[in-house]
Design a protein around this ligand. Structure first.
Ligand code: SF4
Length: 341
């Protein structure tokens, strides 16, 4: 109970005026705040299951995920895991950024599930809903237990992150890669420092993520980069993509995937209110682009493909790469969530 004196609620009962809607349903033990995580409340829960099976309708290249956290302090305005927070009766905006659910027993439960004779050792994707190396991981260190459990059971794994905290686990991940197939991918789609601070305010800087890519390569691992989501009129110019891909190639990345922004459900409202504050001149264009729904129209997607393909070739980066090559179709609450960045 190292942090017992930081508790704001125990067993779902607030010890201050903080409400804890919906959390009792998922096994809340206590809610805590810590001085070094200003503005963030951690809700520690004991999960009953760790492996999430992805429905086939999601059409993703993996069928299982593990997510140690719900909510993400990286706070990307466009994050399309945001609606999943509403299943906890939190809002998809500031609550998603600051009310982080931590499955403190996830590694232990995962180990138990992986021992089942029915487990077929299919690839398990980490980082598909919220970032496994967000700031909370510095405190709770769930990932070493998760990676260790997967490697010990002979299960291939993939990791997708924006978090430079992954450096801490590089020796462990490299050792796991000696035993099972391991894919590591970093998400980096905004090269402009000012835009980065505005649109991904809780994430490590682009420069820090380029350093992470180099560190992953130095550890002897391949590193794919998700240049996603590309933001229309903000990060889709030839100049921006060219400079970003040049930096990514110089950092040693082994491949990239480029795809554009989609705006599903409540993420759309959250993103559009940011856009109206920061880039009001673009609101009309975005309304037009997303007039028919959550996805960019085929004409825009084709334009982006034609723009990116020669740049990918110019910088000698490999393109399409499983299991990260594909944008998701569906965002569902656990246990059927299927979200990529
Ligand atoms: S896009 Fe990824 S890193 Fe950003 S808030 Fe969502 S889960 Fe976190």
């Amino acid at each position: 109970m190292r942090w017992a004196n930081q508790a704001v609620a125990v067993n779902g009962k607030p010890v201050d005026d903080g409400a804890l809607p919906g959390l009792q349903r998922i096994g809340l033990v206590r809610s805590v705040r810590a001085p070094q995580f200003d503005g963030i409340t951690f809700h520690e829960v004991l999960c009953k299951s760790a492996l999430n099976k992805i429905p086939e309708a999601a059409a993703l290249p993996f069928r299982y995920t593990v997510n140690g956290y719900r909510g993400c302090s990286h706070a990307c305005r466009y994050c399309f895991a945001r609606p999943t927070h509403e299943y906890l009766d939190f809002n998809c905006g500031n609550d998603f950024d600051s009310q982080v659910v931590v499955k403190t027993n996830v590694a232990e439960v995962l180990r138990r599930e992986l021992r089942r004779s029915s487990w077929r050792r299919e690839t398990v994707a980490l980082g598909t809903n919220t970032d496994p190396y967000q700031r909370a991981e510095g405190r709770y260190a769930l990932m070493p237990g998760i990676v260790g459990a997967l490697a010990d059971s002979g299960t291939p794994l993939s990791i997708l992150t924006k978090g430079t905290l992954l450096r801490r686990d590089l020796p462990l991940i490299a050792a796991a890669a000696q035993r099972v197939p391991v894919s590591v991918a970093v998400s980096l789609a905004v090269g402009d420092a000012e835009l980065h601070r505005d649109v991904e305010p809780g994430t490590p800087t682009p420069q820090a993520r380029l350093g992470l890519i180099a560190a992953i390569r130095d550890a002897g691992l391949d590193c794919h980069v998700m240049v996603a989501p590309v933001l229309p009129h903000l990060t889709d110019s030839v100049e921006h993509l060219d400079a970003l891909l040049a930096d990514i190639a110089a950092a040693g990345a082994t491949g990239v995937t480029v795809f554009g922004l989609h705006l599903r459900r409540s993420t759309r409202g959250w993103f559009m209110s940011w856009l109206a504050r920061s880039h009001p001149d673009l609101v009309g264009s975005y309304r037009e682009l997303y007039r028919r729904g959550a996805y960019l129209p085929p004409s825009y997607r084709e334009m982006l493909r034609e723009r990116a393909a020669p740049l990918i070739a110019k910088h000698r980066l490999a393109g399409d790469h499983r299991p990260f090559a594909q944008a998701p179709r569906a965002v569902e609450p656990e246990p059927v969530q299927a979200t990529l960045f």
